[in-house]
Ligand binder design. Structure first.
Ligand SMILES: [Zn+2]
Length: 367
C-alpha cells in the first residue's frame, strides 16, 4: 500500500479509536446497584481469596481493594512475585510436555518457584482445551507424561488449583436459546461446541482420573470442583478423594440457583473442603473483570456489590436476589445462611491449612 493512501486510513483509524475511547468513558453505563446492607451487617472474618488474577504492577492497588472488602490475603493465579497480601501460584509450561527433559524442567521450575514463595500450582483450562501435542491432538489432563508435575507438586506441598473444562453451557450450541448466549457472543472463543472439542464429560473424567492418580497431592478444583451445575457430583467426588478440595471462584451465580437447603447441607457437610475464591481479575491498565464480563471490563463501581453479593449468598437466607456476575445469565439466587463456624472455615481456615499459610500471614509486611 502506498504512503499516500495509507495516511488517511491511519488518521481515520486514530479518529475512530479516540471516539471509541470517548464513548467508553462517557457513555452512560447501566446503573450499578448499591449494596443491600452496610458491610458491618456481615460476619467480621478475615478472608483469604484463593483465586485472584493480579498483574504485579498493580499489586499495591489490588491489596487496597481486597483489604477494603475484608480479603486479607489473596493467592495470585497469575503467578509473579510475593507481595504484601498477595502470594503467587507457580506455573508449568505444558507446551514443553514432549521435550525429553520435561520431567527435570518441571521439577526445577516447581522447586525454584517454591523457594521464591510460591504456594501452589495453578493449571488453567488450556490443559485439555488448548495445548496440543506434535500429532495435533489436545494434550489431555490425564496424559501420563504429565504425572511428574503432579507428583512433584505433592512432594513440595504445592496444592494444585486446577480449572478443567468450563461451564456446561459452553459445550452446547452457542445459539440464542443457550442461557450463556450473551457471554458466548461477547467471547466466541469460549465456545467448545463442535466435533473438534472433547465433551464436557470426557474432560471431567480426565480431571477425576488425575485427582485419583495422585493421592499424595492436594487438588483444589477451581470453579466449585469444575462442576457447579452438579453439586451432588462434587460432593460425591469429595467423598471419594480425601486429597480434593474445591473453591467458589466465579460460580456463585451457578451455585445460587440450586435449592438453598440442599446447598447449605453440602457446604456444612464439606465445611473443611470448600475454600473461598472469587476469580476476580485485574487488568494491566487497572480494569476489572468481576467473575466474568462482556466485551468491556466491569466498571470499578461494581466492586462493592460484587463482594457484597458473595457475603449475602453465604451468610443470609435472602431469596431471589441478583447474583454477582450479570453476564453469566438472567436469573436470581438464594442465600445459604451458613453458621459462623462454617464461614470461618470457608473464608479463612481451610485456605490457611491447605496452603500452609498461617506463618506466611504473620510475616512482616503482610498485615
Ligand atoms: Zn481464574
Amino acid at each position: 500500500m502506498s504512503g499516500r493512501r495509507a495516511r488517511p486510513l491511519v488518521v481515520a483509524a486514530a479518529v475512530l479509536a479516540a471516539l471509541g475511547a470517548l464513548a467508553y468513558a462517557w457513555w452512560p453505563e447501566a446503573p450499578v446497584p448499591a449494596p443491600s446492607r452496610p458491610a458491618s451487617a456481615y460476619a467480621a472474618i478475615d478472608k483469604i481469596d484463593v483465586h485472584v488474577h493480579v498483574p504485579m504492577e498493580r499489586a499495591a492497588e489490588a491489596r487496597r481493594v481486597f483489604a477494603r472488602h475484608g480479603v486479607r490475603l489473596a493467592l495470585n493465579a497469575n503467578g509473579g512475585d510475593t507481595a504484601p497480601g498477595l502470594l503467587p501460584y507457580c506455573h508449568v509450561d505444558f507446551a514443553r510436555a514432549e521435550a525429553p527433559d520435561f520431567a527435570s524442567y518441571a521439577r526445577d521450575a516447581l522447586t525454584r518457584c517454591r523457594e521464591r514463595g510460591g504456594v501452589g500450582l495453578k493449571i488453567g483450562k488450556a490443559l485439555g482445551l488448548g495445548y496440543r501435542t506434535s500429532d495435533g491432538r489436545l494434550l489431555a489432563v490425564d496424559d501420563p507424561r504429565l504425572d511428574v508435575v503432579f507428583e512433584v507438586a505433592g512432594e513440595l506441598s504445592l496444592p494444585v488449583l486446577i480449572h478443567t473444562g468450563d461451564p456446561q453451557a459452553f459445550f452446547r450450541p452457542p445459539t440464542r436459546d443457550n442461557e450463556r448466549y450473551d457471554e458466548l457472543s461477547a467471547h466466541p472463543s469460549w465456545s467448545f461446541w463442535g466435533p473438534e472439542w472433547p465433551s464436557w464429560e470426557d474432560l471431567f473424567a480426565a480431571y477425576e482420573a488425575r485427582v485419583a492418580r495422585h493421592p499424595g497431592t492436594r487438588f483444589v478444583g477451581a470453579h466449585f470442583g469444575n462442576a457447579p451445575e452438579e453439586p451432588e457430583r462434587v460432593g460425591a467426588m469429595l467423598a471419594r478423594y480425601d486429597n480434593l478440595y474445591v473453591e467458589t471462584g466465579a460460580r456463585i451465580p451457578e451455585l445460587g440457583r440450586h435449592d438453598a437447603a440442599r446447598m447449605r447441607a453440602l457446604f456444612v457437610r464439606w465445611r473443611r473442603r470448600i475454600l473461598f475464591g472469587t476469580d476476580v481479575q485485574m487488568g494491566r491498565e487497572g480494569s476489572w473483570v468481576l467473575g466474568s464480563a462482556g466485551a468491556q471490563p466491569d466498571p470499578p463501581a461494581r466492586i462493592p456489590v460484587f463482594y457484597e453479593t458473595h457475603w449475602r449468598y453465604f451468610e443470609t437466607t435472602d431469596r431471589r436476589f441478583a447474583h454477582p456476575t450479570p453476564i453469566q445469565g438472567d436469573w436470581r439466587i438464594d442465600g445459604l445462611g451458613l453458621p459462623r463456624e462454617v464461614l470461618v472455615d470457608l473464608y479463612h481456615d481451610n485456605a490457611a491449612r491447605v496452603f500452609g499459610l498461617d506463618d506466611r500471614e504473620a510475616a512482616p509486611g503482610v498485615e
